[in-house]
Design a protein around this ligand. Structure first.
Ligand code: ARG
Length: 297
């Protein structure tokens, strides 16, 4: 008989998210293979999709804040790229594409003036949670298309958390958060083919029990998901991944964000997680303190 370990109960943890309304969202330039300059965007549909994402977060008990969108910055809706926040410490961004560079200051102002954080302005090119995924007492850090290895080093010095560089090799998965997401404080889901052979081996070593996605899941933005440890906000077209999550006791919550796929983004790209001091535990203590009382059902 094959050995089978039934998944334990999944426990959600309340999160604090920063988002940006898609008032000025558009596809006006092409800086990744999903983008075609001049692709028409259905603004009303984009807005409705974004509103349903925010509604789902709030219904699940998460806190959602918003930064004021600026005209002329059509990608500003992708809040994940603005920073990575661990332990209440904000490591800001330095965008690769000139078209997106002014977003860094706009978000830094929100963090400093509206939310009372200090922002570290990085020296090297880095795109926040697009390429930095904190999990299991580590920061997984993508490179190859946007964020540089120098920025990984800088983030490690800043946070004092071990940073593991992972090389992305497929331009469709130009940010780490298009190829991998944290399921909870201990495990991840990812698409192996998005990574170099060495980085794939690192992921296998660190996360032997990871949930692996198919090419179809990945191309449907299934890895650009947001998990609270139990509920997983996911693209409805990532059908195999949705099945895999369900088998492991997570609760997939499909949210359609097709208008944003035209710019190369999905749910995670639209969501910046602001992690407080109790949210980032090392592997050994991750299953205990801070969890929501309620079980996930
Ligand atoms: N058009 C944006 C870019 O290419 C999309 C960013 C998506 N964000 C993300 N976290 N993957 O920069």
């Amino acid at each position: 008989m094959p050995s089978f370990r039934a998944p334990g109960p999944r426990v959600p943890r309340p999160r604090r998210y920063l988002t940006c309304e898609p008032r000025h969202f558009d596809v006006r330039y092409a800086i990744n293979p999903w983008m075609r300059e001049g692709t028409p965007v259905d603004t009303a549909l984009a807005r409705a999709q974004w509103e349903s994402l925010v509604r789902v977060y709030r219904d699940l008990g998460h806190t959602v804040e918003t930064v004021e969108p600026l005209a002329g910055l059509p990608d500003m809706v992708f809040a994940a790229n603005a920073a990575v926040v661990i332990d209440g410490r904000v490591f800001g961004s330095r965008f690769h594409a000139p078209q997106r560079r002014p977003e860094a200051g706009a978000y830094a102002r929100w963090f400093e003036e509206a939310a009372g954080f200090e922002v570290h302005v990085p020296q090297a090119v880095c795109e926040g949670e697009g390429d930095f995924v904190p999990v299991g007492g580590l920061v997984l850090a993508g490179t190859g298309f946007r964020t540089t290895v120098e920025a990984h080093q800088e983030a490690q010095e800043f946070f004092g958390v071990p940073t593991v560089s992972l090389r992305l090799v497929d331009p469709y998965f130009y940010h780490l958060d298009t190829a991998l997401f944290a399921l909870d404080d201990e495990n991840v889901a990812y698409y192996p083919e998005a990574f170099s052979p060495g980085s794939r081996a690192v992921l296998e070593r660190l996360f032997p029990d990871a949930l692996l996605a198919t090419a179809d899941d990945a191309m449907a933005f299934g890895l650009n998901s947001v998990s609270d440890g139990c509920h997983v906000i996911i693209s409805p077209r990532a059908t195999s991944l949705i099945e895999g999550l369900t088998r492991r006791g997570y609760v997939p919550v499909p949210v359609e964000l097709s208008e944003f796929h035209k710019a190369g983004g999905g749910a995670k790209c639209c969501t910046q997680e602001i992690r407080g001091s109790s949210d980032c535990r090392l592997r050994s203590s991750s299953s205990q303190a801070g969890a929501m009382e309620a079980r996930c059902d």
